[in-house]
Design a protein around this ligand. Structure first.
Ligand code: ADP
Ligand code: VHF
Length: 368
């Protein structure tokens, strides 16, 4: 397959603060995406804007806050959004398809493989897939909702091994401070690694229609970088800006892909799987699994949370409760509790487990 560009457009770029779609903006983005297709690259669009497009039509005065109201607004707005894109892309002879995904779809290997095969077939047939979260069935509980589409776009980019992830918003990239609060703050042009400092300067949404703000975009960029996909966060305002963004001279911040492209299985483990519990480890175990390439043994485990079973995915945290990675456990939670802190011989004597490793290194991904 030829190079593939995933472009994410946020609500703030498509709608006005008062709600409702801005048709001129949609036509503009359609022409920008069409110009990327002309260069021979495949294009996928991840679009927000369903709630913002639908809430006025449904009769709400401001963007709704209650889950069922948001879902109702999205159900109305998604149809309006697709209608607008269909018309706008038709002007360039490009057919479009609607794909609605949820976080749960990503944690189920078969479902996400089906989505991937569908998307690949659409691309082969020259159709431009337009993806949004399936707001009607997603709920805010238990991390089951993306909420904003930044993370969704990163996961789609990784799934398709995109050559570029372009996250468009209403600011020219990442600034040292939220430019709405400090217009003099300087922009960061390139980020090689997402440090704690970078996370700190990225704030929430400044507009009344956007949700994630810069923070969720940076988190998405981090996932893309780990998946080997270079990312861009910024703005396109004039004809040709999107092409410049893809070519490396856009109005925004570039995030360099990290060389080690995680294999699909580890990407699934790290970013798509559903976590069933948590294991806290001591410093020695932390180093062994994150930098030593070792399996996690019972001796370094301090505590567990959640009711997990062999084959489930658990999150592993250090003594400061920072996530260091995820892995598939060979023990049930009660077996970890019986074995934690014990040496290998002692575990074999006291606990009936098939394998001594709580998490084997082949079933582990470092996320620190
Ligand atoms: N350090 C920062 N640099 C740039 N923008 C920031 C920063 N911190 C917070 N923001 C805010 O993030 C907003 C973009 O996010 P959001 O409103 O969620 O947009 P979208 O709808 O495009 O996802 C900007 O308008 C800006 O106010
Ligand atoms: N799925 C929702 C996304 C909500 C949202 O505001 O996202 P974003 O503008 O990307 O911060 C919608 O289409 O309205």
């Amino acid at each position: 397959m030829s190079e593939c560009v995933v472009v994410k457009i946020g609500s703030s770029s498509l709608t006005s603060d008062e709600g409702g779609l801005n048709r001129n903006k949609i036509s503009f983005f359609a022409s920008e995406l069409a110009s990327i297709r002309k260069t021979g690259k495949q294009v996928l669009l991840v679009t927000s804007g369903a709630v913002a497009a639908g809430f006025r039509r449904i009769g709400y005065q401001t963007r709704p806050k209650l889950v069922h109201e948001k879902q109702a607004a999205a159900a109305v707005g998604q149809a309006l959004l697709m209608q607008a894109y269909q018309e706008a892309f038709a002007a360039y002879g490009i057919g479009v398809a609607q794909i609605l995904l949820t976080r749960a779809d990503f944690s189920n290997r078969r479902r996400i493989q089906n989505a991937q095969m569908t998307i690949e077939e659409l691309l082969r047939q020259g159709i431009l897939p337009i993806i949004n979260e399936n707001d009607t069935v997603s709920t805010d509980e238990l991390d089951l909702k993306f909420g904003d589409n930044d993370m969704l776009s990163a996961l789609v980019g990784n799934l398709l091994k995109a050559s570029h992830l372009v996250i468009l918003t209403d600011t020219d990239g990442l600034y040292m401070e939220d430019p709405r609060k400090n217009p003099a703050a300087p922009r960061i042009d390139r980020v090689e690694q997402i440090s704690e400092d970078i996370m700190r300067i990225a704030g929430g949404s400044g507009s009344s229609v956007g949700t994630g703000g810069m923070r969720s975009k940076i988190e998405a960029a981090r996932i893309a970088m780990r998946g080997g996909v270079p990312a861009f966060i910024g703005r396109v305002v004039e004809n040709g800006d999107l092409l410049l963004a893809v070519e490396g001279t856009g109005r925004g911040t570039y995030f360099t892909a990290q060389g080690h492209n995680l294999p699909m299985k580890k990407q699934w483990l790290g970013y798509h799987s559903q976590v069933k519990g948590r294991i806290t480890v001591d410093r020695g175990a932390e180093l062994a699994v994150t930098t030593g390439g070792k399996s996690l043994l019972p001796a370094g485990i301090l505590s567990t949370n959640g009711d997990f079973h062999p084959g489930d995915v658990v999150e592993v945290v250090n003594q400061e409760q920072h996530t260091i990675g995820r892995g598939v456990v060979n023990y049930a939670a009660w077996q970890v509790q019986a074995a934690m802190g014990l040496g290998t011989d002692e575990v074999r004597r006291r606990v009936d487990v098939g394998r001594i490793e709580v998490i084997h290194r082949d079933e582990w991904v470092t996320l620190a």
